[in-house]
Design a protein around this ligand. Structure first.
Ligand code: MTE
Ligand code: MOS
Length: 827
């Protein structure tokens, strides 16, 4: 057991990590007392309100910008334009995102901002600004950009083995095209920043940001100032989900610029429509693939090209794409593989991080392949998946050994047992036989997700811990709180390391002047990184206090243990109270505060060759989902979900279970309900986001929750490489929702003859499911299941005479594109 992962030997009842406690701010959240950035406006005197001037055309040159009419509107104080920028007019780190653009790159792009005494005056002022444009042809669909060869950024390839040989030796080769949708973050709190300048010119920006240090850097470069002149604070976010990793910077910069120019506090909060039309989303992807299987159903080779829909600028598209390429294997051994990646440049909002950060977009491709090919191989999808799992000694396509592959089997078997799959599948077979117009099915899918930032430098963190003379403890760390429970975990870590009860520890809001140069709270690594840093700071203090207590107890410092607020000498009953030790330390002039630091050891990644060991470890999980589909409408319900998930030795089980449930539901939303639609017609609304409200963009709600939802944390799952033996939990559970999609596929297939391969759009809305089951049922009417033939492959594609023992196959017509979203063809 490593020093980092080891828990105190005094036993789990005596320390705070691992205890099932509620979120540290739960009471504030549910009573409405929790403060978010915009709540501070009411407490800020003389605050100005900023409002964007959006231009509603997908692509154009700005030929005229006349702000004078805005100044006629009572209450308007100032219009901010490009001329006002003292530093760099750019909101990103790639320098491809002008903050005040002279060219419109997506429908709703903001060209300038109006500052006014009230929000209403700012809105009217923005409406009065005159913008004239010269429209240009716009690329909306990812396929438009592919056809126009409009790409941006790097085009990496992950490659291992000999993919041609792998496909040549295959007994069965299939190929297909699959286009799947992005996702709106729909955090409850929209983007928001509040800035003011103090008497010495120090700029203080409160921002709803997952990456305060980068917000600070962008504000500094826009203002032409140094980082030490800017402080960014994030109290908490009402959800971030990756949408506030890169996107808040420009909004914070506008507020800060307004504050510098007017000398007054400036607030910029997007309303929901602005947030939906201006901020980036999960990348939708286009994927083309060719896969080979041997006679046992083992994958022999996979060749794929993934094209991410990047939107108008790069933002985080390159690392998102890299993670997609690094996750196309999911839990499966693919000996020969070549995956090419590229980023389409389209005239849409700039797509960005979203829970899973490209991982889901890679994994959906292999899960779709397995779900579609299993019937063609004459195997149950479960069986095909299981046969291809990684085993000991194998490594990923980018060369990282897969540690603990036995855990894939452990979670898989755990789900099969917990969900009683054998019994329920037998019941479902009876149900389906008795119900021609309703079908049930269970989908089971695994998750393997790499933890750490691909970019090695981001895997560091800092903390600042103060012990005051009265023994109370205040901790700061570099991570932000967005509802995921990071602060709760950090309090538990600090209390455990110092050996004090939870109540002794308080956590202060995240600020760049307390802990500098932080990484985004992202990649699920918040607890690993900041937990390491908090633990390190607390250890420095504890070691000093062990000296003080040892002297008082008359034993060596090495024989002192702090347990639950008391310093004991090993083997003795009586001890000295924590407060007493702290007071003594103060009078002995012993330092009672410390800066902590942590860097993840053992990582390396070469982004040019796309090889290395970028991840500290993998998080594993497995889900089984039962659905029921109505044959007349395609409408469906999720009847039951069972999950076994690996969080290592949990730091905070209630938090972790909440993350698993929330992640799963958010993933199910992406895969089944949330249908982003962009106007791709040639009218004046070309490029407009049609789903720009909760009325047209369907989010999962209570009514979609499964009535039975069981989450089990994998036991005996200690992780050597992370703080107190835990594993990251934020993102991996989202991908457990593939089980919903695969269940829908199998239920649709049940409307057809045995062995029907179902092509399912993503999102699998009731409409998409209806198309899929209708196509499956058509196979039934034509009796193709009984007369299917085995054909595939590079090795001759003529249908052979029907063989009663062979798995059923479907003729070419089964695979033609009908949903407009995906198609499967044999080569
Ligand atoms: N949970 C809640 N409630 N709200 C969020 O915004 N973001 C997710 C996940 N869980 C999020 C969440 C994302 S995208 C990430 S990367 C992680 O939390 C970040 O936090 P962590 O690193 O502390 O897990
Ligand atoms: Mo999460 S997408 O890494 O913020």
């Amino acid at each position: 057991m490593s020093h980092l992962s080891q828990r105190p030997e005094s036993g789990p009842d005596s320390y705070e990590v691992g205890k099932a406690i509620p979120h540290e701010a739960a009471a504030l959240h549910v009573t409405g007392r929790a403060l978010y950035t915009d709540d501070l406006v009411a407490r800020t005197k003389d605050c100005l309100h900023a409002y964007p001037v959006q231009v509603f055309v997908a692509k154009a040159k700005v030929t005229k910008l006349d702000t004078a009419p805005a100044y006629q509107v009572p209450g308007v104080v100032r219009v901010l334009t490009a001329e006002d920028v003292p530093g760099v007019n750019d909101a990103g780190v790639k320098h491809d995102e002008p903050l005040f653009p002279s060219e419109i790159r997506f429908f709703g792009h903001a060209v300038c901002y109006v500052l006014a005494e009230s929000l209403e005056a700012a809105r009217l002022g923005a409406a009065a600004v005159v913008v004239e444009v010269e429209p240009e042809p716009a690329l909306i669909e990812v396929t438009d950009a592919i056809a126009a060869r409009e790409f941006q950024g790097a085009q990496p390839t992950v490659e291992r083995g000999d993919v041609e040989a792998g496909l040549n030796e295959a007994a069965h080769v299939f190929s297909g095209v699959f286009e799947f949708a992005g996702q709106e973050h729909f955090y409850l709190e929209t983007h928001c920043a509040l800035a003011h300048v103090d008497e010495a010119g120090q700029i203080f920006v409160q921002s709803s940001t997952q990456h305060p240090s980068e917000t600070q850097e962008i504000v500094a470069h826009v203002l032409g100032k140094h980082s030490h002149e800017i402080t960014v604070q994030c109290l908490r976010m009402g959800g971030g989900f990756g949408g506030k990793e890169m996107q808040p910077h420009g909004f914070a910069a506008v507020a800060a610029l307004g504050a510098v120019i007017t000398g007054r506090p400036v607030r910029l909060r997007l309303n929901r429509t602005q947030d939906l039309t201006m901020s980036g989303k999960r990348h939708g992807f286009h994927a083309e693939w060719r896969v080979g299987f041997d006679d046992a159903g083992l994958i022999t080779g996979l060749e794929a090209t993934l094209t991410a829909d990047g939107g108008w600028s790069l933002d985080l598209s390159e690392p998102v794409l890299a993670r997609a390429l690094c996750h196309i294997d999911n839990a499966y051994w693919i000996p020969n593989i070549r995956v090419n990646g590229r980023i389409a440049k389209t005239n849409k909002t700039s797509n960005t991080a979203f829970r899973g950060f490209g991982g889901p977009q890679g994994m959906i491709v292999i899960e779709d392949i397995l779900g579609r090919c299993a019937p063609l191989l004459g195997l149950e999808a479960d069986e095909l998946r299981r046969r291809n799992f990684y085993s000991e000694g194998q490594s990923t396509p980018y060369g990282q050994p897969v540690r603990h592959p036995d855990r894939i089997r452990a979670v898989w078997e755990g789900v099969h047992d917990a969900a009683e799959l054998d019994r329920r599948r037998a019941e479902i077979a009876e149900f389906n036989a008795a119900h021609p117009h309703r079908k049930r099915a269970i989908g089971v899918t695994p998750v393997k997700f790499g933890i750490s930032f691909n970019l090695t430098a981001f895997n560091q963190a800092g903390a600042l811990v103060h012990v005051y003379k009265d023994g109370s403890v205040l901790i700061n760390h570099g991570g932000t709180e967005m509802g995921q429970g990071l602060h709760t975990k950090m309090i538990q870590v600090a209390a455990t390391t110092l050996g004090v009860p939870l109540e002794k520890v308080r956590l202060a809001p995240t600020r760049t002047d307390k802990v500098p140069n932080t990484s985004a709270t992202a990649a699920s690594s918040g607890a690993d990184l900041n937990g390491g840093a908090v633990k390190n700071a607390c250890e420095q203090i504890r070691i000093r206090l062990e000296q003080v207590a040892g002297a008082a107890l008359g034993v060596s410092a090495a024989d002192v243990r702090f347990v639950d607020g008391t310093a004991y000498a090993l083997g003795r009953e009586a001890g000295i109270a924590w407060e007493e030790v702290v007071k003594t330390a103060y009078f002995q002039r012993v330092q009672l505060f410390a800066a902590g630091y942590y860097r993840t050891e053992g990582l390396h990644w070469d982004s040019t060759t796309m090889t290395g060991s970028p991840f500290k470890y993998f998080a594993y999980g497995c889900a089984a989902t039962e659905v029921e589909v109505d044959g007349f409408t395609g409408a469906y319900t999720t009847r039951r979900v069972d999950i076994v998930h690996d969080v290592g030795d949990s730091l905070s089980p209630l938090i972790d279970i909440g993350q698993i449930e929330g992640g799963f539901v958010q993933g199910a939303g992406w895969l089944t309900l949330e249908d982003l639609r962009w106007d791709s017609g040639d009218g004046p609304n070309r490029g407009r986001l049609s789903t720009q409200a909760a009325s047209t963009y369907k989010l999962p709600s209570f009514s979609e929750l499964p009535p039975e939802f069981n989450v089990i944390l994998l036991e005996r799952a200690h992780e050597e490489g992370a703080v107190y033996g835990s594993k990251a939990v934020g993102e991996p559970p989202l991908m457990l929702a593939f089980s919903v999609r695969e269940a829908l596929r199998e239920a649709a297939a049940a409307f057809g003859p045995p062995g029907t391969s179902v092509d399912l759009g993503s999102p699998a809305t009731p409409e998409a499911v209806w198309w899929a089951l209708t196509e499956a049922a058509r196979g039934h009417e034509q009796g193709q299941g009984e007369h299917g033939h085995v054909t595939d492959g590079l090795n001759g594609s003529h249908p052979e005479p029907s063989d009663p023992d062979a798995p059923e196959r479907h003729p070419e017509s089964e695979f033609r594109q009908y949903t407009g979203l995906s198609s499967l063809t044999r080569t």
